[in-house]
Design a protein around this ligand. Structure first.
Ligand code: PMP
Length: 407
């Protein structure tokens, strides 16, 4: 992305700190967009990459497999919800979404159901920057709307309205069902980010919406794709956000925190029904084979990152951060603040005007924190190793930025 905003030079990172070439040391509130869950330069992760690089940095994954990929797939099958027992390794979150869409389309092509060639999705979604992924992002407000004319057209339903923790209105669920009833014959899959629509507004929505989606997908013969790229690996308080609704998708995309934010890797998991179904068609296999698929360095560090997550008792880490983030609630006393919402290790302060990103970032740097707001949202999702004192400093910087109108 070409970025007109100023870029700050980073010399190095260290635990939950980002060091600028101008000397400032910043407490990281972003975990490099959800990914650096163990903080930076973790010795276990560095050592996994070093060890693997002595053995094999890369080898083509066509007609070849290797221990780090096999071990990673086994771990993923173990930790993801039951029935997701087939894994496709891809190279970024967006590509794992492309793969999920291709899986769904190929599944119906293999069944000679050529009419099921559209996707259904909710407004305010965000699924990545590649073409199929862009086609299921919010059609109006996403940063991709200028490409609309080049994208395949899909069916959009209202974004989930009922908030996490509120009760859901039956009307909302009935409207969703009407959309399924009207369109299911042309729909291959419904795709959505479970529980948190992040780039679409950091909305935490009601798990009942997801349960209803699972029910409707079963009733109307539509596959369910969940994009857990941001929410996976504990961030919302469950290992995967779909667990808030006790549902399992047919296809699940993961990325970001998969390697603890160290290397680019993603995965698309599916169940036996889809894996067998799509392989019964003419092509026989999924038509996707990226050069760096199953990169051994990325697989090795992903294995180490998953082990670390459990060794560090991620549930206790998230609980502690969730409590410490209560400090953000102080912002509610400020007139400019619409609301403060916290889920797992995600904290969001919504204000009543759009921020000037360059201006507020300059302010945050003077306060020693790295936070990158967008629109009316100032939000943090720090590494899980962030201390309570550092969370307090992040919350205080946000309070001061709003109080001093530094936006
Ligand atoms: N889906 C979601 C929910 C995301 O948050 C992102 C990344 N912001 C993506 C997909 C795309 O992932 P990547 O940037 O790794 O391509």
């Amino acid at each position: 992305m070409l970025n007109p905003l100023p870029s700050y030079g980073v010399t190095h990172t260290d635990k939950n700190k980002i060091h600028l070439d101008t000397g400032e040391i910043l407490i990281d509130g972003m975990a490099s967009w959800w990914s650096a869950i163990h903080g930076y330069n973790h010795p276990t992760l560095i050592s996994a990459i070093h060890q693997q690089s002595n053995i094999m940095s890369h080898v083509m994954f066509g007609g070849i497999t290797h221990a780090p990929a096999v071990e990673l797939c086994k771990k993923l099958i173990t930790i993801t919800p039951e029935t997701l027992d087939r894994v496709f390794l891809a190279d970024s979150g967006s590509v794992s979404v492309e793969v999920s869409i291709k899986m769904a389309l190929q599944y119906w092509i293999s069944k000679n159901e050529h009419g099921k060639n559209k996707l259904m999705t909710a407004n305010k979604g965000y699924h990545g920057d590649t073409f199929a992924a862009m086609s299921v992002c919010d059609p109006i407000n996403s940063m991709h709307s200028m490409y609309r004319g080049f994208l395949p057209e899909h069916i959009f339903v209202d974004a989930p309205k009922a908030k996490f923790g509120d009760t859901i209105d039956q009307d909302e669920l009935e409207t969703l069902e009407s959309a399924f009833a009207a369109h299911h014959q042309q729909v291959a899959a419904f795709i959505i980010e479970p529980i948190v629509q992040n780039a679409g507004g950091m909305n935490f929505y009601n798990p009942a919406y997801l349960s209803k989606l699972r029910q409707l997908c079963d009733k109307y013969d539509v596959l369910l794709i969940l994009d857990e790229i941001a929410t996976g690996f504990g961030r919302t308080g469950k290992l995967f956000a779909c667990e808030h609704a006790n549902i399992v998708p047919d296809i699940m995309c993961i990325g970001k925190a998969l390697t603890g934010g160290t290397m680019t890797l993603s995965a698309t998991l599916t169940n036996e029904k889809v894996a067998i179904g799509l392989s019964e068609g003419e092509a026989g296999v999924l038509m996707h084979g990226p050069t760096f698929m199953g990169n051994p360095l990325a697989c090795a560090v992903a294995c180490a990152s998953i082990d670390l997550l459990f060794e560090n008792d991620w549930q206790a880490q998230i609980k502690r951060i969730n409590t410490a983030m209560g400090a953000l609630k102080r912002c509610e006393s400020l007139n400019a603040v619409n609301n403060v919402r916290i889920l797992g290790a995600i904290g969001v302060v919504e204000i009543n005007a759009a921020v000037d990103v360059a201006k507020i970032q300059r302010f945050f740097i003077t306060k020693g924190v790295w936070i990158r707001p967008f629109g009316r949202l100032i939000y943090i999702m720090p590494p899980y190793v962030t201390s309570n004192d550092d969370i307090e400093l992040l919350a205080d910087a946000i309070y001061q930025a709003i109080d001093q109108q530094a936006y």
